[in-house]
Design a protein. Structure first.
Lengths: 590, 667
């Protein structure tokens, strides 16, 4: 009997294998949930309980895995195909999950007090040589009322600037403005330290690092449609500044120009020859001059400074300035203008005061603290226009306390630096931690975009100066814009972009700042709020679990199985045949 | 004592003597090898000596010496080794064997010439090598001007890297005796290794320098003198300190000392006329006037006098007489004198119309002109001046006319108040007098401005122009307004109409004040007396006009900023090393001596701008820090370096261009 059973079992396996029957199975799947834990220097900061944010996040991860594992398929890391996502961390992620993916968050960041932290640092991208670097440092103090914080800026280990502040309230922000001395070769790296107070809970967020490049010499044209003292003294102030290459063109009478410098011509066909143009004798400007200046601003992205010595009149000037209400004011005596903080002082008694400025105008000097604008700027295309209504400021340039030359050097260098380069490389975020994703946006100026047309292509290299690594940039939405992502290297960062056959090039650089992730930004809870999730603390994970169970469920699915296709059937098949053969031999059969 | 013991003792004595010799020779060899290695560095020498001594100590052990003696005399046939092992207890032979071996070993040992067996030939060889090495280094040193063994790279980077010649940390001691000028009667000051010199202008600084170098040079404000060693073995030099700068002492062995010098000038005396302290106007009489003057000086006064100039006469017939009024001097001390005198107008010889201008004058004891004067005042005999008020001081030139007009207003108000009390005739006469005064003020004003008195019709015509605002120059317009108002006042006062004259007088004062406070009237480009030749206007040949090229002057690079940034870079480098300094750790990295580096930075600071008190202070602080650097812990080094760096950074910031202004953004 046994032999028969074995024999027929083998036959049955063979037959079923040949038939290959299909079986349909119905059941529910476990929904997939991706679990992401943020990392970075800010995760080293302490929580209210004293442990680090990273430890709190790991603890929350363990609890979630333990509680949810039976009902969900938990996938570590980002998974766009998951039914839901959970992010555990302290900040809005640089690469958030897809908008369509329900996301909940576990915020491990809690306000730390007493504590002083650097929130943000504003630094220029580049300055000319031998120029102080103005740094704006946003600092937040929590629970340190009555204490004095000191911010120190160091370059090459030397202290180059310092400022102090007494905290007046329990939670307060202070913006320290420090003029730092650049040291060593460019790019200049500044380390900003808010000196830790004895009572602070952590000093991990008291540091920041910024990098400032050195710009080439600034190219300025001083153009007088007729001789004018107002613009002549501005030109003279610039000519004595070794950082600025000044060319001059003054039409003293028809066909009698006075020239100076290397490129003494209004750049009708070479708009890129200058970064800024100072214009005087405005009443004698021709329509052609006005058109060139307009193109210089809109197409080249350059800066134009109008320095009138009389009220603005004439169609050419109106074409440049637009419709802005102005009135001429004669003061009894020269008085200082009320400038923005940090600008050197100028005095004037004959003023052009402006009202109803363009929407995006920036006022540099006013006639009194709440007076009308006297010196102001406004965007024109991709360039800048400055109008100075301090018509006789030059007369008081030597008065005690007046810093006419310094004012114009600072202002014109600001204008020239604001001029748009052929290729503008912008790195985001401006403070980058090692390993962070860096967004590179290379913006090619309209002039070059038009010139190259469909042949416009960019090549980019990223990394440290040596070795360099090629970087792929893709066309962005705006014409002439190219963008790409890469991970920040551990030490320093520089991106070089060239267009055409080395037609033009641009570069962006940044210092790696490992405290950068604690910069002021949107909170992590915003992610949950915008993706239909809940935001909880590590102590309220049950709420998140309830939310997940209520909103994310598995799907009922049918599956077709063909069990005979398994190679494992070989073993029972062979076993049946072998056992049946062995039993027969044992009985003496063959 | 048994024979066994005697032979044991003898063998031990001989062997111990040999071991002592071996150890002595080994130690001497280690020292010689270490001395040879010390030509590279002292640390290397010590380390080498230690290693050699350890190695030699094994050979100088008892067993090692026995083995060496056996090798020296093969005839011993291990009897020494056996005896040593028996003595050490490693072998326990029968007593007679022990006796025999010890005897034999003692005999053998006595027969061996230990001085040859443990020879000093190797020691002599190593001593020769060490001597040769040091001679070689000394030769190279003399040839290259270096003093310390091996190549000494002073500073590796930044500012300090620019110090080309090596600097020694060998002692250089400078004794300075600062002798103030004799007239100051100040005692001399002696200092040893000062970090800075502070002296009165004209002081003599006598330097006595102790150095290992053969020659020493002293640089004072750019002038260098090379000194030779004196009979007392020191270098001596004297220099006169006339202005702030520096004194740098450097020896040819590389040692240097920078001393910023702050020279305080001898201030001129301060003289003040306390009494009367104002101008006096008298209408006559013979009042007595008290004069009191006070003078002070920082070191001592030499004289105090009251000097005058008497002006007599009128019109173009003036005579000037100069003289002194002797003062009775009271000396509070040598630096504070009081002088007083009393004179009547008759004593001064003043009569109506005369004026006496006087001032006090004091002098200190310096050679040359050390005189200083007080403000000058005058005494005037003038009935007209008294009529205007009591003794008064003349106002500033710019406002005197406005004030005179103001005085006219006061007088007119007084007269107007007395209108009912005065007889009509007297009132009219007084009013006419005021009208005359008004005309004089107006005439003087117009004359001062370089104009001319125009007739009233012309002014009236111009007043029409004023009303129409056709005069662009408001300063000139204001002056014209003032003169027109004055004319109106004159008319009204002539008609005894004081009530209506007052508003016009006020209008004139207001117009004058507006005109004189507006600088642009004074700054007008074209003087009113200059006249353009309008006939030549636009008569040139425009076709021949050509432009020209203005040559720009070369703008020098900002060397001061570059030097200060280098100084900061050096300070930053030093701060980094100070932070990383561990107790007991040698200073410097890669052969860089921190003290020497600080000295170079001090030198750099004072060379950047010896005229700058801030940089002199930085240099002095750095020199002070260098002197105490070896005794400071890392935290103290950083703490003392930080304020110096901060001050240098402030100075560097001042030398840099301002940050570019935030002019807004297009993005």
């Amino acid at each position: 009997v046994i032999e028969r059973v074995l024999r027929w079992s083998a036959v049955a396996i063979a037959v079923l294998g040949a038939v290959d029957p299909a079986i349909t199975v119905v059941g529910r799947t476990r929904p997939r949930v991706s679990l992401m834990v943020q990392s970075g220097p800010s995760m080293d900061l302490p929580t209210a309980e004293g442990e680090s944010r990273d430890a709190a996040a790991r603890r929350a991860l363990v609890v979630l895995q333990r509680d949810l594992e039976s009902q969900f398929e938990l996938v570590p890391g980002s998974d766009g195909a998951a039914a839901a996502a959970i992010v555990i961390g302290d900040r809005y992620p640089e690469e958030p999950p897809p908008v369509s993916q329900p996301t909940s968050t576990v915020t491990v960041a809690t306000p730390i007090a007493p504590n002083v932290r650097i929130v943000d640092v504003e630094a220029p991208r580049a300055v000319p040589s031998d120029t102080a670097v103005r740094l704006g440092v946003q600092i937040e103090g929590a629970g340190v009322r009555g204490l004095v914080s000191t911010v120190v800026v160091r370059a090459a280990n030397a202290e180059v600037a310092r400022a102090s502040h007494t905290w007046a309230t329990d939670r307060e922000r202070w913006r320290a403005v420090l003029d730092a001395v650049p040291i060593g070769p460019a790019p200049f790296v500044f380390e900003i330290v808010a000196e830790p107070l004895p009572s602070e809970r952590t000093a991990a967020d008291n540091r920041a690092t910024v990098s400032v490049a050195e710009s080439p010499k600034l190219r300025v044209l001083a153009f007088d449609a007729r001789p004018s003292w107002a613009s002549a003294f501005v030109r003279r102030a610039l000519e004595s500044d070794p950082r600025i290459l000044v060319s001059g063109l003054s039409d003293v009478s028809p066909r009698v120009p006075v020239r100076s410098g290397d490129s003494p011509a209004l750049p009708g066909d070479r708009l890129d020859a200058f970064d800024a143009i100072i214009v005087g004798g405005l009443d004698r400007l021709s329509p052609a001059d006005a058109k060139t200046l307009g193109r210089f601003m809109t197409e080249r992205g350059g800066s134009v400074a109008l320095v009138p010595d009389a009220r603005l009149a004439g169609a050419a000037v109106r074409a440049i300035v637009g419709v802005v209400a102005s009135r001429e004011t004669l003061l009894e005596r020269a008085s200082p203008l009320a400038g923005v903080a940090g600008l050197p002082r100028i005095d004037a008694s004959e003023l052009l005061q402006f009202r109803d400025l363009p929407h995006r105008a920036t006022v540099l000097e006013r006639a009194g603290a709440a007076g009308d604008a006297v010196v102001w700027t406004t965007p024109r295309g991709s360039g800048l226009l400055l109008v100075s209504g301090a018509m006789d400021a030059w007369r008081y340039r030597a008065e005690p306390g007046v810093e006419f030359d310094r004012f114009w050097r600072s202002t014109v260098s600001g204008l020239a630096l604001a001029a748009r380069p052929a290729v503008d490389v912008e790195l985001t975020p401006p403070r980058i931690a090692a390993g962070d994703p860096v967004h590179v946006l290379a913006r090619v100026r309209g002039m070059e975009t038009d010139r190259l047309g469909d042949t416009l292509a960019v090549s980019a290299r990223a990394g440290r100066i040596d070795p360099v690594a090629p970087l792929r940039l893709w066309p962005a939405a705006a014409r002439g814009d190219f963008e790409g992502w890469f991970a920040a290297p551990p030490v320093s960062l520089r991106v070089d972009v060239t267009i055409g056959d080395n037609l033009a090039a641009g570069s962006g650089s940044a210092a790696i700042d490992n405290a950068a992730r604690d910069a002021d930004g949107p909170p992590l809870s915003l992610l949950a709020a915008t993706r239909g999730g809940v935001d909880v603390t590590p102590h309220a994970l049950a709420a998140l679990e309830r939310h997940l169970r209520a909103t994310v469920s598995g799907q009922s699915t049918k599956a077709v199985r063909r069990p005979m296709r398994s190679v494992l059937w070989v073993w029972p098949f062979a076993a049946c045949l072998s056992a049946e053969w062995w039993l027969r031999r044992r009985r003496g059969l063959r | 004592v048994s024979p066994d013991s005697r032979s044991d003792t003898r063998f031990d004595e001989l062997l111990n003597r040999a071991v002592r010799r071996a150890r002595l020779v080994g130690a001497a060899e280690a020292a010689a090898i270490g001395a040879a290695a010390a030509t590279i560095s002292v640390v290397a020498g010590l380390l080498t000596a230690l290693l050699v001594a350890l190695w030699r100590s094994r050979r100088a052990s008892r067993a090692g010496v026995v083995r060496k003696l056996e090798r020296f005399d093969p005839a011993c046939r291990n009897v020494l080794v056996t005896a040593d092992e028996i003595a050490a207890g490693r072998l326990s032979p029968p007593p007679f064997v022990r006796q025999h071996v010890q005897n034999e070993a003692a005999v053998r040992l006595e027969s061996i010439d230990v001085t040859r067996a443990l020879s000093t030939a190797a020691l002599a060889g190593w001593t020769g090598v060490a001597a040769a090495s040091w001679l070689l280094v000394a030769g190279v040193t003399t040839w290259r001007g270096s003093t310390v063994p091996g190549a000494f790279r002073l500073l590796g980077r930044g500012a300090t890297a620019r110090a080309a010649q090596p600097i020694s940390s060998h002692p250089l001691h400078v004794s300075v005796r600062v002798e103030p000028p004799t007239y100051t009667a100040q005692p001399p000051v002696s200092m040893v290794d000062p970090v800075e010199l502070t002296a009165i202008e004209g002081s003599t600084a006598r330097l006595s320098i102790e150095s290992d170098g053969a020659r020493v040079s002293v640089e004072h404000d750019g002038a260098t003198r090379t000194l030779a060693r004196g009979a007392d073995g020191r270098f001596a030099v004297s220099t006169t300190l006339t202005r702030s700068g520096y004194v740098l002492v450097s020896a040819d062995d590389g040692s240097r000392r920078m001393m910023p010098a702050t020279v305080t000038p001898d201030a001129l005396p301060t003289v003040r006329l306390a009494t009367p302290g104002r101008d006096l106007v008298y209408d006559g009489g013979n009042p007595r006037i008290e004069f009191a003057a006070r003078a002070t000086d920082d070191f001592g006064l030499e004289s105090l006098a009251l000097r005058f100039t008497r002006v007599s006469g009128s019109g173009e017939q003036f005579s000037f007489t100069e003289g002194d009024i002797p003062l009775t001097i009271t000396k509070t001390n040598a630096r504070d004198w009081h002088g007083s005198a009393s004179r009547s107008l008759a004593d001064l010889g003043l009569k109506d119309g005369d004026m006496l201008v006087y001032h006090a004058e004091a002098a200190d004891a310096r050679p040359g002109d050390g005189r200083a004067r007080s403000d000058a005042f005058f005494i005037e005999i003038s009935r007209l001046g008294v009529a205007a008020g009591d003794a008064f001081s003349l106002p500033d030139e710019e406002t005197r006319y406005a004030l005179s007009q103001q005085m006219l207003i006061v007088k007119t108000e007084r007269l107007n108040q007395r209108r009912g009390r005065l007889p009509v005739q007297d009132f009219a006469e007084a009013s006419i007098n005021l009208a005359v005064e008004q005309r004089m003020i107006r005439a003087e004003l117009v004359f001062m401005l370089g104009g001319e008195v125009e007739n009233e019709e012309t002014e009236a015509e111009q007043s029409t122009e004023l009303q129409e605002g056709r005069l662009a120059n408001r300063g000139q317009r204001d002056l014209r307004e003032a003169t027109v108002a004055m004319s109106r006042v004159e008319k009204l006062l002539t008609g005894a109409n004081t009530a209506d004259a007052l508003p016009a007088e006020h209008a004139a004062v207001n117009a004058l004040q507006r005109a004189f406070t507006r600088d642009r009237y004074i700054l007008r480009a074209l003087a009113s007396r200059s006249q353009l030749d309008w006939t030549r206007r636009l008569t040139g040949a425009a076709s021949q006009a050509i432009g020209w090229r203005r040559q720009l002057a070369d703008v020098p690079a900002n060397r001061r900023a570059a030097a200060l940034r280098s100084l900061l870079e050096g300070l930053g480098d030093l701060a980094r090393r100070a932070r990383g300094h561990q107790p007991g750790e040698a200073d410097g990295i890669d052969g860089i001596d921190d003290r020497a580096a600080i000295g170079v930075l001090a030198e750099l600071a004072v060379r950047v701008g010896s005229e700058s008190a801030v940089l002199r202070q930085v240099a002095a602080d750095l020199q002070r820090l260098a002197d105490g650097w070896d005794t400071l812990a890392a935290a103290d080094r950083t703490r003392r370096l930080t304020p110096i760096t901060a001050i240098a950074a402030l100075e560097a910031r001042r030398s840099l261009a301002d940050p570019p202004a935030d002019v807004g953004s297009v993005r």
